[in-house]
Design a protein around this ligand. Structure first.
Ligand SMILES: Cc1cc2nc3c(=O)[nH]c(=O)nc-3n(C[C@H](O)[C@H](O)[C@H](O)COP(=O)(O)OP(=O)(O)OC[C@H]3O[C@@H](n4cnc5c(N)ncnc54)[C@H](O)[C@@H]3O)c2cc1C
Length: 503
């Protein structure tokens, strides 16, 4: 289904709501506002979705498949986790709404279940996260069953990477991410929203209010409200009108994935994935329409937003796809390379809420499950724009102080475990030069030293600590911000089980 974006001369000069950003969050919000007939809506974003996360997403509708030892360990993390649980319920309705606008030629929902495999390629972290997932499933009464890994259609790893255990999550599947975005655009076009193929250069303010946006070509659109949903570029855009606003810092989680045509072997008919591990979302394959499979995904925090792909990431997907998922992946024909930047906040929680300037709303920071949560967040934000009560916890306010979920010791231990998982998955060998215990001690010393250098007492997630430890730019940003807002030594009850027990 063709739909067009307006040329610059046709750009409306006024709108009730201007949404800046055409990723999953921006488009789902626009759709929700149009559904409610909440006035005129303009979405601004480049048609290639430059550097955006949504265009690269595997679009797993994963909630329990994403569980880690951290997901339910604190009240804050649980509240975040439940965004996924609630978000999940929205998808049957979303797909019903969107299907008629899809032009993919196959159903938007490409998988209805997920198999999570526990193999011995990573480290103890895999086992810990796998068990956390089963506990969470039982706690929330969600169906799952144990399955012989050999019975998973398509799953044919090399024998030395075979799975020790596998479970089927009967209610978690995936959608065709790019198909969903295109269907949303088609529906927005049909319902009368305006999609502008451009970028916003700056937000326009007067006094303590934001009154509009200026596009790259200088065109100005006046707006009753401006929603910034430009993912990892959100902080920079907000600063064009509120330079000194104290926002939670945002980092780019550069990710790489590929879509390939299968030429041999049995295709996958479900999502097949490992648990989250090694600073990333696990290795996974997602059916991507007839004969095609999406293989993803890497994640590394980087200094600059870009579309580059690291050779090491290409190797990761190609080699581990062949070894851990299906040897026949060696014969796949790649049809699309995908890269995008996840919006990662310093404390790992989303940033959703009004900013101090009237008329300015921020919606981002969804990290690795923003596609999945987008319909739920859209309902919440639409409510807030309409002056109605929100539907999610106000703790995600963008101007909050960083949310505390761990102690420094715990943070260092997580850093150790993620490094160990990455070390073993990437084929590095500890013995005989160095035992696993010595290796862990090495990373523990490194993590501890990183905190000494940073001089902060706020405990970071393993990915942010890894970044701050390896990047001068990252370390400066983290340290300056935390010193400015003042650290806070977290006081948390020791958890009875979790990552620390993996030692
Ligand atoms: C490789 C990878 C795999 C992922 N897999 C999953 C998954 O399986 N399930 C899941 O739920 N989530 C997944 N995610 C995470 C998910 O993609 C993100 O959380 C979510 O898509 C963020 O959406 P967004 O709309 O906030 O941002 P984005 O998708 O980044 O969209 C922002 C848009 O704004 C545009 N923009 C930037 N600057 C401007 C400007 N100045 N003016 C106008 N427009 C601008 C960008 O070009 C982009 O199109 C994955 C991410 C990656 C990178």
């Amino acid at each position: 289904m063709e739909h067009r974006q307006v040329a610059s001369a046709e750009v409306p000069r006024q709108a009730d709501v201007v949404i800046v950003g055409n990723g999953a969050l921006g488009l789902f919000l626009a759709d929700e506002l149009m559904e409610r007939r909440a006035g005129s809506v303009v979405v601004v974003g480049p048609s290639d979705r430059d550097a955006g996360a949504s265009r690269a997403a595997g679009a797993m509708l994963g909630c329990f498949g994403e569980t880690t030892s951290e997901s339910l360990r604190t009240d804050a993390a649980r509240t975040r986790f439940e965004l996924g649980v609630r978000g999940h319920e929205r998808w049957p309705d979303v797909l019903r709404r969107l299907e008629e606008f899809s032009s993919t030629g196959f159903p938007l929902q490409v998988a209805t279940e997920t198999h999570v495999v526990l193999n011995a390629i990573g480290a103890e972290l895999d086992t810990v996260n796998f068990e956390s997932m089963l506990k969470a499933l039982d706690e929330y009464g969600k169906p799952w069953s144990e399955i012989d890994p050999q019975d998973i259609p398509g799953f044919r790893p090399r024998t030395d990477a075979r799975a020790l255990r596998a479970v089927c999550l009967h209610e978690e599947g995936a959608v065709d991410g790019r198909g969903v975005l295109a269907a949303l655009e088609a529906r927005l076009h049909a319902t009368g929203a305006t999609l502008v193929d451009s970028t916003v250069r700056r937000l326009i303010g007067s006094g303590d209010a934001v009154t509009g946006v200026e596009l790259a070509d200088g065109t100005v659109i006046e707006a009753g409200a401006v929603v910034v949903a430009v993912g990892v570029r959100s902080e920079a855009l907000v600063r064009t009108v509120a330079a000194d606003l104290e926002l939670i810092p945002m980092f780019a989680g550069l990710g790489f994935a590929m879509i390939a045509q299968r030429t041999a072997g049995t295709p996958f008919s479900s999502v097949v994935r490992t648990p989250n591990r090694g600073f990333a979302c696990g290795l996974h394959v997602v059916p991507a329409g007839p004969g095609r499979e999406y293989i993803g995904a890497t994640n590394r925090l980087v200094d600059d937003v870009s579309n580059v792909t690291w050779v090491a990431d290409v190797r990761y997907l190609a080699q581990y796809g062949m070894q851990q998922l299906d040897e026949q992946i060696a014969r796949h024909e790649v049809v699309q390379w995908l890269s995008g930047n996840r919006p990662v906040t310093l404390d790992g929680f989303p940033m959703i809420g009004w900013l101090p300037m009237n008329g300015l709303y921020l919606m981002t920071g969804t990290y690795r499950d923003g596609f999945h949560c987008a319909p739920l967040l859209a309902t919440h934000v639409a409510n807030e724009l309409q002056g109605k009560p929100g539907t999610i916890d106000p703790m995600f306010s963008p101007t909050r102080r960083p949310i505390v979920t761990r102690t420094i010791d715990w943070s260092v231990e997580e850093y150790v475990q993620h490094n160990m998982a990455a070390w073993f998955e990437t084929g590095a060998e500890a013995a005989p030069q160095m035992t696993t215990t010595q290796l862990a001690a090495f990373y523990r010393a490194r993590g501890t030293e990183a905190y000494e250098k940073l001089g902060v007492d706020y405990a970071l997630g393993p990915d942010v600590l890894w970044y701050a430890e390896g990047s001068l730019v990252g370390a400066r940003r983290v340290a300056r911000y935390l010193r400015r807002v003042g650290g806070e030594t977290p006081v948390l009850a020791p958890a009875s089980s979790g990552i620390g027990d993996a030692r």
